[in-house]
Design a protein. Structure first.
Length: 79
């Protein structure tokens, strides 16, 4: 990600917007990240991302499968 100061953003906003076409740009104030400039399309993509892992892994389609039993040969230990 590109990083620019608030002063740089104010001096060259068109340049920073061109950079944001390629990658998000972090805008800092007093050496701390304050804002992120990104395209509206990227913003929309981020809004569609699920908020938690369960949603992320949720499938739209059902998949049928069979689980075959596994035979285990378990015996008590000889002590």
């Amino acid at each position: 990600m590109a990083i620019v100061t608030a002063a740089e953003f104010n001096q060259r906003p068109s340049h920073v917007k061109r950079v944001a076409q390629e990658e998000p740009v972090i805008i800092t104030e007093h050496s701390r990240p304050s804002f992120v400039l990104l395209t509206y399309a990227e913003y929309q993509r981020l809004l569609r991302m699920p908020g938690d892992l369960a949603q992320w892994l949720e499938m739209d389609e059902e998949i049928e499968f069979e689980i075959e039993p596994v035979g285990l040969d378990i015996r008590p230990a000889n002590i």
